[in-house]
Ligand binder design. Structure first.
Ligand code: PLP
Length: 478
């Protein structure tokens, strides 16, 4: 086993401190180190070269096509980074906002948050928005707690269940369960949308709400959504919209108009914050009239020419420190203002067009998982390829050798050998064509020389990893 991260050589150094020119402070013996700290001994150049080389092994949106379905790995314009880097935003400390003097610069940040809440509310057809939640899943938890607050206030103590389709993102049932609800799963029908009869069977007075994704994680628009909303509202069940991915519908339709009562947005998917690697996220929650009084606080409200912070009487309280991840709000604000309503509509038009272009080019070689029209992502199954001994995982690994990141594989779990491809709006026709050419070539290889695929990747620094071990033992080449 070769250690690739071990660069340290005894005595090598990257920094030399000046001789002490102040009196040495007395330092209690018990706090003194007995042994030297186990720090790597490396030169500055060792460090620069090491990290530069590692970064070149990485796949990222800035370097590679990254069609990871459900995750929306789209290009985030550098303009939004520049705006977020503005000193007036970057150097603000949230404690300034509660100082009696309200350092005047906080008003700009307040105004931005207030305006962004209004913009998101407009985009989604919601009445109010809170920017507090710091991830999509955190937005879901906030939303389900809001539903619970609504039912508590109405004395709906018998409502203990939330219905979730089997195609949902795994965070949906987790959030509902953490909020204290029982989760009832409803199956999809063969078309890939919610099974309406199965839904009606489980829709009783005990149901507090329903969590839907639309387009769902099969990439399909839930065409019965209005009917589902009406049925749910008849038993005073609320409708939650998982809006992690708004790329398909912005400017085309609004969850509020479809009948949804509460939703979250992932600013770190749709609205100009890079997504992935566990970086800071933002999952604002939008609500209709019924849930608005319960939104997390503090909220901002107009007081003359300025904005003030207050905690509304019925608020469920804080969901995050201060105002959530403010910098993501700055990026989203810049992005939305730059594109405007026409630009946002164009984003969703192109996202859907690009996914359908890929679908059209690949549908003979790979089997589409559903026959309905896909929206911003298309799902294939590699089941036909398994008769040649090639699985979705093999195709995913083979793509890496062509400098293409793999699509999402094995999710949605409802589709065997699934490959979920989301090209996003920012990719050019040339990039989409190159991806499709490679995919078509791989389909031919699968028939003729499947071993070449099952052994891929061959041109990457590492081949097939034991993925469990690789996540635990970072410091070795396999
Ligand atoms: C990404 C995603 C989520 C969760 O968002 P996080 O910010 O990762 O918590 C929820 N639902 C769907 C459909 C998603 O794609």
């Amino acid at each position: 086993m070769e250690l690739i991260y071990e660069k340290s050589r005894k005595g090598r150094r990257g920094i030399r401190f000046d001789a002490l020119d102040v009196p040495e402070a007395a330092f209690p013996e018990e706090f003194r180190r007995k042994d030297d700290a186990a720090l790597p001994e490396v030169s500055e150049f060792d460090v620069v070269r090491h990290y530069t080389n590692l970064s070149r092994r990485n796949f990222g949106v800035d370097s590679h096509f990254y069609p990871l379905g459900s995750c929306t790995m789209k290009y985030n314009p550098k303009m939004a980074e520049a705006v977020a880097g503005n000193e007036g935003f970057a150097h603000l400390h949230p404690h300034l906002s509660s100082s009696a003097a309200y350092w005047p610069n906080c008003q700009g940040a307040f105004q931005l948050m207030h305006d962004l809440e209004r913009l998101l509310a407009e985009i989604a057809g919601m009445q109010e928005v809170s920017l507090q939640p710091i991830a999509g899943a955190h937005g879901e938890l906030t939303g389900t707690l809001l539903m619970a607050a609504y039912h508590r206030a109405k004395g709906n103590t018998h409502k203990d269940t939330i219905i979730i389709p089997d195609s949902a993102h795994g965070t949906n049932p987790a959030s509902a369960a953490i909020a204290g609800y029982k989760v009832l799963e409803v199956p999809s029908d063969r078309d890939g949308t919610i099974h309406l009869d199965a839904f009606q069977e489980v829709l009783t007075d005990k149901v507090a709400g329903l969590m839907l994704t639309c387009p769902n994680t099969h990439g399909l628009f839930e065409s019965d959504v209005r009917k589902i909303a009406d049925l749910a509202h008849e038993v005073d069940a609320l409708l939650y919209y998982d809006g992690a991915n708004l790329n398909a519908i912005m400017g085309r339709c609004r969850p509020g108009d479809l009948g949804f009562d509460v939703m979250h947005f992932n600013l770190h998917k749709t609205f100009a914050t890079p997504h992935g690697m566990g970086g800071p996220g933002s999952g604002p929650v939008g609500v209709g009239e019924r849930l608005a009084p319960y939104l997390p606080g503090p909220r901002l409200k107009k007081a003359g020419d300025s904005l003030e912070i207050h905690m509304p009487a019925k608020s469920i309280g804080r969901m995050a420190a201060f105002f959530g991840n403010f910098m993501m709000a700055v990026r989203a604000y810049a992005y939305i203002r730059q594109l405007g309503s026409e630009g946002l509509t164009e984003v969703s038009n192109h996202a859907v067009l690009n996914a359908n272009y890929i679908h059209a080019r690949l549908k003979e070689a790979y089997q589409p998982a559903f026959s309905k029209r896909f929206m911003h992502e298309c799902v294939f199954t590699a089941t036909p390829q398994t008769k040649h001994g090639v699985r979705a995982l093999d195709l995913a690994k083979a793509l890496l050798d062509y400098d293409l990141h793999a699509p999402t594989v094995y999710f949605p779990t409802t589709v065997k050998e699934s490959m979920m491809i989301e090209p996003t709006e920012t990719e050019s026709k040339e990039t989409l064509d190159r991806f499709c050419d490679v995919m078509l070539d791989l389909a031919k290889q699968a028939e003729k020389d499947s071993a070449a695929l099952t052994e891929a990747p061959r041109r990457m620094p590492v081949g097939r990893l034991d993925e469990v071990r690789a996540a635990k033992e970072l410091n070795c080449a396999f």
